[in-house]
Write a protein that binds this ligand. Structure first.
Ligand SMILES: Nc1ncnc2c1ncn2[C@@H]1O[C@H](COP(=O)(O)OP(=O)(O)OP(=O)(O)O)[C@@H](O)[C@H]1O
Ligand SMILES: [Mg+2]
Length: 193
């Protein structure tokens, strides 16, 4: 399964709770290593298209890792294809459809998730969470500092979700990670029954 959503919605926290409940599920982040160590430099130096190609490479590599891991146990992916499209479109202020078009030829290479949970919470909750986020990066700081960035991202995730056949919306407001993980496990069991 995939967890998607704006930075600070609680994907990584929920991924940890899910991996625990699913008894040894593989949890991985997209962008995976080695890409994750290069992202700050890539964002700083490369123009939009080469930057997209970098994130695409990370996504294709994540698909390979997922393919291997899901043959043995459930996989929780912390971000996947939707984040590549929604984030790139938000940062470079281009339409989501344009970025989705660039990704389209590579779709057959990507593993299709069982479910993609789109995490959402109120802007007030999100600002509070970003303020206390222990692993805040430049992207997280830009989310609050760059005018319109947060609004664009939220809108882009909504567009991507609308076009995703595996999408399940998940409202995070006022819910604990443990409660949400239980809900997801029940949803997955109901789906496979
Ligand atoms: N359900 C929740 N209720 C309240 N606070 C939460 C919840 N889930 C996570 N948080 C808090 O919100 C902050 C951000 O959470 P987390 O790091 O999991 O977000 P994220 O979606 O993985 O962000 P990023 O995309 O930047 O990695 C953390 O401080 C975390 O403790
Ligand atoms: Mg995270």
């Amino acid at each position: 399964m995939v967890l998607e959503g704006v930075s600070g919605t609680g994907k990584s926290t929920l991924a940890r709770a899910l991996a625990e409940r699913l008894g040894g599920a593989t949890s991985l982040h997209t962008l995976p290593t080695p890409h994750t160590g290069w992202s700050a430099l890539i964002n700083e130096r490369l123009r939009a298209l080469p930057q997209f190609a970098f994130y695409l490479s990370g996504l294709l590599h994540a698909a390979d890792l997922i393919r291997l891991a899901r043959a043995v146990r459930p996989v929780v992916a912390d971000r996947y294809a939707s984040s590549v499209v929604a984030c790139h479109a938000a940062v470079h202020e281009v339409p989501v459809e344009e970025v989705a078009g660039l990704l389209e030829p590579f779709r057959p290479y990507l593993e299709t998730p069982t479910r993609t949970y789109y995490l959402g919470c109120s802007e007030a909750a999100l600002r509070g969470r970003l303020a206390i986020k222990p692993d805040a990066k430049q992207d997280d700081l830009d989310l609050l500092a760059v005018p319109g960035r947060l609004a664009r991202l939220v809108t882009n995730f909504r567009s991507v979700r609308a076009a995703d056949a595996t999408a399940v919306p998940l409202d995070m407001d006022g819910k604990s990670p443990g409660h949400l993980a239980d809900w997801i496990v029940a949803d997955l069991e109901a789906q496979s029954a």
